[in-house]
Design a protein around this ligand. Structure first.
Ligand SMILES: Nc1ncnc2c1ncn2[C@@H]1O[C@H](COP(=O)(O)OP(=O)(O)OP(=O)(O)O)[C@@H](O)[C@H]1O
Ligand SMILES: [Mg+2]
Length: 559
């Protein structure tokens, strides 16, 4: 089997890595650098340039040079160059192809399998679009993983012995991701994710731009302005003041040249962005609440993404969590390193006995049935998979056709947190026909939602009386990658999640030390059985017993 690479396909920068000798290694691009600007230039004759070479055309040919395309992922918008139309996925595919070609020449082997990262807060549609970009680039996308989870894998691999609650705060060029997870001797148990997939460094650039000059349509002027705004922002992360100087930026309506010369202080900048910065507090609190943790329960805060170098961002995280966040991972490279680790777990170059990962679905997924209310019948959002459920997962609910003798139903699929479906994102629908005509309430329709390790949704609907069934992968594109971490039956049982780290630890110890494993093994098996039988209380009692036994065993071990 060929090697699998890990790719961080970022809004501003992208990186590619793979496992060499058991550790992640970043692979250089054609200029010898491991960080590639996410810029694509399409020439008149169709030649494609990527990275720094493409960025050189930002000022002279902004009409056919694309930046920050990730923010358009799955939007259905099109981009134009030389009269030809491109989907955002087409441009993303060019970026991916370039990274893969560079990796091929650095490794001197053919590459056609990849793990690609996306923000945890990417929707189902955005994930499918990312997978499509990979396929367009000729890649078999083995797995789509969440960026903060990748960062956790990177941290986890170098801290295999730790047991800690970790919050990852990832603020990059275009997206904010907050993820809370538990690290337990190599088991990474993601508990909750939250965020905003339309907030990042580019928004700070735009705010500075608005303070520097009046709005203009002139694309070249805009690009120059944007570049200066970003330079200014980056400088202010270390300096107190920065002077933007843009001579002859554009000409006014009388044809007179307009120049910009302005000094911006760090205070100015912090005032301008304060609202956006403060808005990142809510996702931190919400992820913590969903994980049932208080800020004081956190032992590690990982800062990821270029925008976490901004001092007022660090300060906000510190104030909100009451602990000083530490940059324990490389903020620019950690996501690609984590993607490579996931690739290594799939290809077997990293032992999945050492490192185990669980992840969650960040949004609530459900349908919108008609419900009787005070003001008559109306559509209400009915959750089937609640947000932050561990994945992969499958959940089912029973519905009834709304009218007598109805022979078909449409099941609308929504993603979001509002009880009003209109406030949520509509992902698609499944139509079930062939229901035997009957009085209302007689025929039962079972709707099943499955959510896989890539964060991709599968919806099934069936008529219980006849067994007639339809199923659809919501939306038209997407990968069908097989989950590699196959959760066994007991792991999928309700309430099993809190038990997983402990049981994994016990099993690891048993594997290491057969002599004293007998009793522990029996306890572990009993816990699994109780979980499967949904005897939560019994399982809890046995858990206490197991904990005590492990403690004794560790003491013996140390002696
Ligand atoms: N020293 C700095 N001070 C402030 N901002 C910075 C600094 N260095 C980089 N940035 C900003 O960080 C952003 C890029 O970060 P990064 O490369 O982590 O994002 P990305 O991975 O491309 O984006 P995303 O993860 O949102 O898709 C840009 O907006 C850049 O201006
Ligand atoms: Mg990033």
């Amino acid at each position: 089997m060929s090697r699998i690479v890990g790719i961080d396909l970022g809004t501003s920068t992208s990186e590619i890595a793979c496992i060499v000798d058991g550790t992640p290694k970043l692979l250089p691009n054609s200029l010898g650098k491991v960080v590639t600007p996410s810029v694509v230039h399409i020439g008149e004759d169709g030649t494609v340039l990527v990275g720094e070479e493409a960025a050189e055309y930002l000022f002279t040919r902004p009409d056919c040079t694309f930046i920050e395309v990730k923010r358009l992922t799955g939007s259905g918008e099109t981009l134009k160059a030389h009269g030809k139309e491109y989907a955002p996925e087409d441009i993303q595919a060019m970026l991916l192809s370039y990274l893969v070609r560079c990796a091929e020449s650095s490794l001197e082997e053919k590459i056609d399998r990849a793990v690609i990262t996306v923000p945890a807060y990417f929707t189902d549609v955005q994930r499918r679009a990312t997978a499509k970009a990979g396929e367009l680039a000729g890649l078999h996308v083995e797995r789509i993983i969440n960026e903060p989870t990748a960062a956790a894998l990177d941290y986890g691999l170098s801290n295999l012995k730790e047991c800690k609650n970790v919050l990852v705060y990832d603020l990059g060029g275009g997206t904010l991701d907050v993820t809370v997870l538990e690290l337990f001797e190599g088991v990474i148990d993601v508990k909750a994710s939250s965020g905003n997939n339309q907030l990042g460094g580019k928004d700070f650039d735009e705010i500075i731009m608005r303070h520097l000059a009046d709005p203009t349509e002139d694309e070249r002027a805009l690009m120059r302005l944007k570049k200066s705004a970003e330079d200014c922002k980056i400088a202010l992360s270390v300096e107190d003041e920065y002077t933007v100087s843009l001579p002859f930026l554009l000409t006014d309506k009388d044809g007179k040249p307009v120049s910009v010369e302005k000094t911006v202080s760090r205070r100015n900048f912090e005032d301008w962005v304060s609202e956006k910065v403060a808005s990142t507090r809510e996702p931190m609190m919400s992820a913590l609440a969903d994980a049932k943790l208080a800020p004081s329960d956190l032992q590690v805060v990982l800062l990821v993404g270029g925008s976490t170098r901004i001092p007022c961002i660090k300060k906000l995280v510190e104030e909100t969590l009451g602990a000083s966040p530490r940059s324990l991972v490389d903020p620019d490279l950690t996501v690609a390193r984590g993607a490579a680790i996931q690739a290594g777990l799939i290809e077997g170059s990293i032992n999945n006995k050492d490192l185990v990962l669980t992840d969650v679905c960040p949004y609530t997924l459900g349908t919108a049935p008609l419900r009787e209310g005070l003001f008559g019948k109306r559509l209400v959002f009915d959750p089937i998979i609640p947000r932050n459920t561990t994945i992969p997962t499958e959940k089912a609910k029973i519905y009834f056709p709304a009218a007598d003798y109805q022979t078909s139903v449409i099941i609308d699929v929504y993603q979001g947190e509002s009880s009003d479906p209109d406030n949520n994102e509509r992902l698609g629908e499944v139509r079930l026909t062939g229901i035997p005509p009957a009085r209302q309430g007689k025929e039962q329709i079972e709707v099943t939602f499955g959510y896989d390790m890539n964060g991709i949704l599968q919806v099934k609907a069936s008529v219980l009386s006849t067994g007639r069934q339809v199923s659809a992968e919501i939306s038209t594109t997407g990968v069908k990658a097989k989950p590699v971490l196959n959760l066994s039956k007991w792991e999928q049982a309700e309430g099993a999640r809190q038990f997983r780290p402990l049981i994994r630890k016990a099993e690891k110890l048993i594997a290491l030390n057969m002599d004293i494993g007998g009793d522990i093994n029996m306890l572990v098996q009993r816990i699994k059985e109780e979980l499967l039988l949904k005897n939560k209380e019994q399982a809890d009692n046995l858990r206490e017993e197991l904990l005590a036994m492990l403690e004794v065993m560790e003491k013996v071990d140390k002696r």
